[in-house]
Design a protein around this ligand. Structure first.
Ligand code: GLN
Length: 201
């Protein structure tokens, strides 16, 4: 199995290491033709406007749209923003998005004051891929200038929200996965294993 990680900008190396820990053939992706060999793609965290502009400059935007229409893709943080069909409170013209997830994201939901925080999330879907060696139940999630999902279409499943009826921070729509946080920075392989399991099916 070959999984690519979009490597234009941001936290792509950490994803590669997590995939390698699962025995996956993980590749950095910078050119459209590199997408052909892949079974699935991760779009990492970073800065979504920069990543979007670079994707346009590298001729990747349309190839990424073609890829994510049919093949499994997972966006983390800025990657979640790029996989969203809509971004809230955008200036006219907005930023280039890949789209695919029928959601609206708020890019800086937590505001400028709260730069980053950590939270223990209840993610029932991870039970499907849990192993005895995993940390127990809650997923310790790291949020960095994180977005949140503020609207979802009927085909989208909420996988996790912040405690006390907080905003939705993980979603799945068929072959597409999105997380507002950075599972590649947690000492926990379950989210990566969950994504791999989406490919096997
Ligand atoms: N809020 C950032 C953006 O708009 C995402 C931050 C991140 O990926 N850590 O791109």
């Amino acid at each position: 199995m070959k999984i690519g990680v979009l490597a234009l900008q941001g936290a792509f190396r950490e994803h590669i290491l997590k995939l390698q820990a699962l025995g996956v053939d993980a590749r950095e992706i910078r050119l459209p033709e590199q997408l052909n060999a892949l079974d699935a793609l991760i779009i990492p965290g970073g800065e979504s406007t920069t990543m979007g502009k670079l994707a346009v400059a590298f001729g990747l935007l349309e190839p990424l749209r073609d890829f994510t229409r049919t093949r499994p893709a997972w966006g983390t943080c800025a990657g979640l923003i790029l996989l969203a069909d809509r971004a809230a409170r955008q200036k006219k013209g907005g930023q280039p998005l890949i789209g695919g997830l029928d959601i609206t994201v708020d890019r800086n939901y937590f505001g400028r004051q709260v730069d980053s925080f950590e939270a223990d999330l209840d993610v029932p879907a991870l039970a499907e891929v849990a192993r005895p060696e995993d940390p127990s139940s809650a997923f310790h999630a790291i949020f960095i200038r994180a977005p949140a999902v503020v609207e979802m279409g009927p085909g989208v499943q909420a996988l996790a929200r912040l405690p006390e009826d907080g905003p939705i921070v993980a979603v799945r729509q068929g072959h597409l996965l999105g997380t507002a946080f950075h599972p590649e920075l947690s000492d926990d392989l379950r989210f990566h294993r969950y994504f791999v399991s989406m490919i096997d099916r």
